[in-house]
Design a protein around this ligand. Structure first.
Ligand SMILES: C[S@@+](CC[C@H](N)C(=O)[O-])C[C@H]1O[C@@H](n2cnc3c(N)ncnc32)[C@H](O)[C@@H]1O
Ligand SMILES: [Zn+2]
Length: 980
């Protein structure tokens, strides 16, 4: 079935800001898929299209009845999103009798069900399950059985969770033990034990809190005035290498402690007598004046002014194993008991005494219980884990003594719970309880390392993986007090986990299954699954196994005996992990090249096809930054015996962010729909040979059919290009081999070039609304197609607060910096339009992997200069000038140079229509209305209808916030006045 892409995407993006009860708050897992997208995709995979001639009549009948019932029942439930179709039906008591109408009703249902708020509402669940059940039986499933959905790359469990929700069975596997653990909770524990589990976890969570408070009280003393410390703010230190100095200097990027609307709090550092003194201040001050001692890793001494370079800073920290032991406590954030006000103070003697006690306790534990310590290696991975560059070579080295003591205590208490809960009654229930408690330790650990920084704008502790899938070095850090209910608290971790159980308890009817196994050798028998829905690793985006060791080393210590199948190894298994990572770590992963990735992912696709029933359906999520990555994945899928039939670009926050950067637009997540290309006996067919001429003839028709449907859904630009890949590939991948007349096989790569061309041509037809796009020169065609591809419509709204600042910068840049595309994508688009990037240097600038469509202002000299072959590119001197002059200044300069400066600018008309439109835009922007009039009227440029046609199209294509948009609209506004 098709999908209401736009509406689902909006829900997927909104979901990112939802926290309570969402499985992402159970534990960190990287690059999780939004549940909204998973839910919708699963519905569309399980339910046939009523308007399709092959749809079983039984399903149509149920769909008709269910949709009518649902509409009537839920009129009250339908809020803002209520669709007229349902309202009409409900009010008139009318029947859905047309198959296309039933399809539309199902679309509305799927779109509405994708809403997080509706995902646990009884009426939605019952309707979805009824449809799933009927579809399954109508398509040949045994009566009373449920369709099985498999996900062999299950990760954090979004896909299998949604499979259960819509009434299917779910089988989730992953190579990573932590992923399997998370799936166990979601698919087994929550459906099995529900609210009862949440109650038990809360009970034991409280018990642990009380026990830990008692055990650890002496290490976290309260202030004599009754205030409670909530965070200790530290900085690593170096000894100044200035001649004769040697002062111990805190490495501090910023002196700001807290910034809110009404106050700033900061510290001052002064160097006296060879040591650095600290004072705390409050008032109003500009943030930029609060620079600390460190700038890009080099450290300037407040005593002597000498700057110790980064290489030496690194050396010094390396010597002390990361510098946590030699860090200095700068300040303590406290909350006053009387009024709850937050305050900052300098360290007290009692703080140092507590720290000394913790250090002593750690020495004792190291002696008595060395196994408690996660001393497993933390490997250096270029650009991913850079903390080892500073001496953090073991996981335990990331923590201070007191942080270690806290985590070790929690682990010990969780294990004790394991002994105390009555496992005689129900072993599974006891395991579930202890597993949930251990996951809470994972959450606390994430907030308890020496790379957690203090977030000054909100006065809370940022977590270890705040920057995503990496471990970047931080010189200053905030140590929390997880037993008081502040950021990263134990109580909070328990609560987040329990809220998920409580929310989903009633929504998941039956139990799923999870297993630790590689996707390349799955354990299910042949032909058992109805659907394969999966989100495989993205080439080299996330090193899951290495990242997961951060948690694995703790969970193995608490859960090793409970889940002995998951924690046999000292670290998470790596050898079979599918990821291209030779570049990150050539020593350990020299073999994990692009070829390894392609080979292994191919095996996984082949084994997935084996597991799927011959009539089953597959959906594979792809998110790649490069066209070559795409081609490799598609090739692997086709070679593994799959026919691709459709593709849904469903927007996720990640895609939106990459998009907003206005580059790498091809990073949208695409759901590729595919089916096994098998003979009746389930062997892959090898003998159906396609004729290249037929394939080529069918391609444009396919694209022609699809594009308008996408446009109706609001899908444009790169999303539309990818949405066309599915149908385009169906034409090709239904054959085991496509041959030219000579008998030579056509490669997928060659075919994809044709797909790009066909898509570009079709898109242009739409852009120019029926006008013959080929009436325009190649520069106009390329510009139009380019702008269409980078179209950012609405996407920027979905940025999260944390990303917004960074994005703002980028968006600002966009208004002056042109429009960029991945070079290879740009090349393909150009080629598809019969244009050559290499000949268009005055329009497009190539910067390494990126191609930039120049901003119009940057074309001033090319358009008006004496020698119009002068490209802005390759003339650095002129370009420098241009930057300082701005285009108005440059225009003036050109006039002076040409010697015809009479106060009436006489620019000659450009060669192409695009050049002419750009010229008039520049004249408009420079306020030269007389010159613009002469240009359009006297020179006759405005009499060419193509000129206005192009201006009109460009007005629709330039993003709203750009100069270009304002300028072209300015030109268009004069059209009538000038008599055209
Ligand atoms: C993109 S993630 C899946 C994320 C998941 N859809 C979610 O929403 O959380 C890819 C997963 O593939 C797993 N993986 C990598 N190599 C594997 C292999 N050979 N077999 C099974 N799983 C593997 C990783 O551990 C990771 O969890
Ligand atoms: Zn010094």
């Amino acid at each position: 079935m098709d999908l209401p892409i736009k509406r689902i995407s909006a829900h997927a993006r909104r979901e990112k800001s939802i926290r309570h009860g969402h499985i992402s708050t159970l534990h960190i897992w990287w690059a999780r898929r939004p549940l909204a997208a998973c839910r919708a995709v699963i519905c569309a995979s399980l339910w046939p299209d009523p308007a399709d001639e092959l749809c079983p009549e039984a399903f149509r009948k149920t769909a008709r009845a269910e949709m009518t019932k649902w509409a009537r029942q839920n009129l009250g439930l339908l809020g803002q999103e209520s669709f007229p179709r349902f309202n009409r039906l409900a009010k008139n008591g009318k029947k859905l009798d047309d198959n296309v109408e039933i399809r539309k009703a199902l679309f509305d249902f799927i779109a509405d069900f994708a809403n997080w708020d509706n995902s646990t509402v009884k009426e939605y669940l019952e309707t979805a399950r009824a449809l799933t059940q009927t579809a399954h039986e109508a398509l040949g499933g045994a009566s009373g059985s449920r369709p099985l959905i498999v996900d062999p790359f299950a990760g954090g469990g979004s896909i299998p969770l949604e499979a259960l929700r819509v009434g299917a069975d779910a089988f989730a596997s992953d190579l990573n033990p932590i992923a399997v653990l998370l799936n166990k909770v979601v698919l087994e524990y929550i459906p099995m034990y529900g609210q009862h589990l949440a109650d038990e976890v809360r009970k034991w969570g409280e018990w642990i809190k009380e026990a830990a408070e008692k055990e650890l009280a002496e290490f976290y003393p309260k202030d004599p005035d009754g205030a409670t410390p909530i965070a200790y703010l530290w900085a690593r230190t170096i000894n100044c290498e200035g001649p004769g100095c040697g002062a111990e200097v805190p490495i501090l990027p910023s002196r700001l402690l807290e910034k809110s609307r009404d106050r700033s709090i900061w510290i001052n550092l002064s160097g006296k007598g060879g040591s650095v003194h600290i004072t705390i201040h409050q008032g109003s001050v500009a943030e930029q004046n609060l620079n600390g001692t460190a700038k890009r890793g080099s450290v300037t001494c407040p005593c002597c002014g000498y700057t110790t370079p980064i290489a030496r800073v690194r050396e010094q920290l390396k010597k002390s194993g990361g510098g946590v032991k030699t860090a200095r406590l700068l300040a303590v954030a406290v909350v006053h008991s009387k009024n709850g006000v937050r305050d900052y103070r300098l360290p007290h003697e009692s703080d140092y005494q507590a720290l000394a006690k913790a250090a002593k306790e750690i020495i004792r534990l190291r002696y008595t219980n060395p196994d408690f310590f996660p001393d497993e290696t933390l490997p250096l991975m270029s650009g991913v884990f850079n903390v080892p560059l500073y001496g953090h070579n073991t996981w335990s080295s990331l923590y201070s003594d007191r942080q270690l003591l806290l985590l070790i205590t929690l682990c010990r208490l969780v294990k004790k719970v394991g002994e105390k809960v009555d496992s005689k009654k129900d072993v599974g229930f006891a395991s579930a309880t202890v597993t949930m408690l251990s996951l809470a330790i994972g959450k606390v650990a994430d907030y308890s390392t020496s790379i957690c920084t203090w977030v000054q704008s909100g006065a809370f502790i940022g977590h270890t993986f705040a920057q995503g899938q990496c471990l970047p070095m931080k010189f200053d850090f905030a140590e929390g007090v997880p037993l008081v209910g502040y950021s990263g608290s134990w109580e909070g971790a328990i609560d987040w986990g329990c809220r998920i159980i409580e929310r989903e308890a009633d929504a998941l009817l039956h139990v799923g299954q999870s297993e630790l196994v590689s996707a390349t050798a799955q354990s299910l028998p042949d032909d058992t699954a109805s659907c394969l829905i999966t989100d495989p690793p993205y080439y080299n985006a996330v090193p899951y196994a290495d990242l997961s060791d951060f948690f694995y080393v703790w969970h193995r210590r608490t859960l090793g005996s409970l889940h002995s199948d998951l924690f046999q190894l000292k670290e998470a298994p790596k050898a079979e992990e599918i990821c291209e990572m030779s570049g990150w770590d050539p020593d350990r992963y020299g073999n994990k090249t692009a070829a390894f990735f392609e080979n292994e992912i191919g095996k996984a696709f082949a084994d997935s096809r084996r597991v799927l029933s011959p009539t089953g359906i597959g959906v594979v999520v792809f998110a790649h930054k490069t066209t070559s990555g795409w081609e490799a994945m598609l090739q692997a899928l086709v070679s593994a015996g799959w026919t691709i039939t459709a593709s849904w670009p469903i927007d996720t926050e990640m895609a939106a962010r990459l998009r907003a950067r206005n580059s790498a637009v091809l990073a949208s997540s695409i759901h590729l729909v595919c089916r096994p290309r098998e003979n009746a006996d389930c062997t892959v067919s090898k003998t159906d040979i396609g004729d290249w001429r037929d394939v080529l003839a069918e391609l444009p028709n396919r694209i022609h059919d699809w594009m308008p449907r996408l446009a109706d859904e609001g899908v444009v630009g790169a999303d539309a290009i990818f949405a066309c890949i599915g149908p385009a590939l169906e034409v090709f991948s239904r054959y085991s081999r496509v041959e030219k007349a000579s008998g030579e096989a056509v490669t997928l790569k060659e075919y994809l070039e044709h797909v790009w061309a066909a898509v570009s041509k079709e898109a242009l037809k739409m852009i120019f609304e029926g006008a013959d796009a080929f009436g325009f020169e190649e520069d106009a065609r390329l510009t139009a197609m380019w702008l269409w591809t980078v179209a950012t419509t609405e996407k920027e709204e979905s940025l999260t607060a944390e990303g917004a600042e960074e994005e703002d910068e980028k968006i600002k840049k966009k208004t002056t910096g042109g429009f960029s595309l991945e070079y290879d994508a740009a090349r393909k688009i150009a080629q598809g339009l019969g244009a050559h990037l290499e000949d268009l240097g005055h329009l497009v600038e190539i910067q390494g992997e990126t191609a930039v469509l120049l901003p119009v202002a940057a074309r001033t000299r090319y358009l008006f200069g004496k020698d119009s072959t002068e490209a802005p590119r390759g003339r650095p001197k002129k370009k420098d000038k241009q930057l300082t002059l701005g285009f108005e200044g440059e225009l003036k300069q050109i006039e002076e140079e040409s010697g015809d400066w009479t106060g009436e600018f006489k620019g000659k008309a450009g060669k192409t229509v695009l050049d002419q439109v750009h010229q008039s835009m520049i004249l408009f922007a420079a306020g030269r209305s007389e010159a613009l009039k002469r240009f359009l009227v006297e020179d006759g440029i405005g009499r060419n209808f193509l000129f206005w046609r192009l201006a009109q199209s460009l007005s629709a294509l330039y993003p709203t916030s750009t100069n270009e948009k304002r300028w072209v609209d300015g030109v268009l506004a004069r059209k009538k006045g000038l008599g055209f």
